[in-house]
Design a protein around this ligand. Structure first.
Ligand SMILES: Cc1ncc(COP(=O)(O)O)c(C=O)c1O
Length: 350
């Protein structure tokens, strides 16, 4: 079912964020802060002792132990890979070989793109007007026996909102296949569904170091699930897929939880201030539990505003290629100074 004139995405060059040369980049939902410099110097020291003539630990045991400790779970519940995108690819390869994956649009473009790469057919369902997963649509997906996987995104990119705890639990208890929840941005919200793993053996929670952990360049992601699910993910991974530097980088990063909590708090504060500011302008602004905010201008076209901002050396994201989404804009929360400049320029442009 495709229920909107905006349902067909264009295969546009903005499929991946354009890498335009600008002074202020607020387009890729990265953290403006990164890990403290101490992390980088500790990593440099640790690299000195890596035996680079040897393959790394194939099962990333120390990193998985550190993550297990962080989540108060067992390492058998944890799979790691090169970013959460690769985690999703492994999930498709291991758990969707003969079925289809269902997703709720508009959502993160890479969910369907990665499925295409590994030849997993996708079925698209739709969110309600406030971009929550629609209960009736969820029931349609649950009843579809062709689906092996349901993919939820909470908070959802690009709309910014979380799925409710009830909807996630409803999906887990009623769907016969696996329910994957992509939680790339969850630390910017108040939600925590890790407790559901104890009850639902069909739940997979996907996390990343690219957002709150300020380490997009490290390319490290992981997921939490029942041991049987995790062992099948390793069986579809290439040997030694997680390199030695990444394994150490992840372990060291986890020691900086307090710093990350502080920078996350600062981003949330900036997000809330930006939200209030955007509401004072002629824009439709959508509430966000993430480190970005989606909005749509009322008086000019989205692409016009996007280009005016680029002329002033500010890059945000033009959302023109999402299923079931009228073109809109998305701004990633940057530093206080970057946001102050964004606010000034945006007011001028409007
Ligand atoms: C919802 C969502 N999931 C996953 C990712 C990819 O993260 P990673 O850098 O871990 O591959 C992103 C990146 O923007 C995202 O928005």
């Amino acid at each position: 079912m495709e229920n909107s004139s905006y349902s067909k995405p264009k295969l546009s060059s903005t499929y991946f964020s354009p890498q335009v040369q600008v002074a202020i980049r607020l387009n890729s939902n990265e953290s403006p802060f990164g890990l403290p410099h101490r992390w980088q110097s500790e990593l440099s020291k640790a690299i000195d002792s890596i035996q680079f003539n040897r393959y790394p630990d194939r099962l990333s045991v120390n990193l998985r132990n550190a993550l297990a400790n962080y989540h108060k779970m067992s390492p058998e519940n944890i799979y790691v890979a090169n970013g959460s995108n690769e985690v999703l690819q492994s999930i498709y390869l291991a758990h969707c070989r003969s079925g289809k994956v269902g997703m709720f649009e508009p959502t993160y473009l890479l969910h369907s793109h990665i499925a295409n790469i590994v030849s997993v057919p996708t079925l698209r369902y739709f969110r309600d007007e406030s971009f929550r997963t629609d209960k009736q649509e969820l029931d349609r997906a649950i009843d579809n026996k062709d689906l092996s996987l349901l993919l939820l995104c909470s908070p959802n990119n690009p709309t910014g909102n979380c799925e409710s705890h009830e909807i996630i639990e409803y999906a887990c208890s009623n769907f016969d296949g696996l329910v994957v929840v992509d939680e790339a941005y969850v630390q910017f919200s108040k939600q925590n569904i890790t407790g559901l793993l104890k009850t639902y053996e069909n739940l997979i929670i996907v996390r990343t170091f690219s957002k709150t952990w300020g380490s997009a360049g490290l390319r490290l992601g992981y997921c939490l699930a029942a041991p049987e699910i995790i062992s099948q993910l390793f069986s579809v991974s290439l040997p030694y897929h997680v390199d030695a530097i990444k394994q150490i980088g992840g372990i060291l990063a986890l020691e900086y939880e307090d710093d990350i909590l502080e920078s996350t708090g600062e981003i949330i504060k900036q997000r809330n201030e930006t939200y209030e500011f955007l509401k004072t302008l002629p824009l439709d602004v959508f509430e966000s539990d993430s480190n970005f905010i989606m909005f749509r201008p009322q008086t000019v076209q989205s692409d016009q505003l996007f280009n005016s901002l680029i002329e002033k050396s500010i890059l945000i994201r033009f959302l023109d290629s999402f299923y079931n989404l009228e073109p809109a804009l998305r701004v990633t929360i940057g530093t206080r100074d970057e946001m102050a400049r964004f606010h000034d320029v945006l007011s001028d442009c409007l």
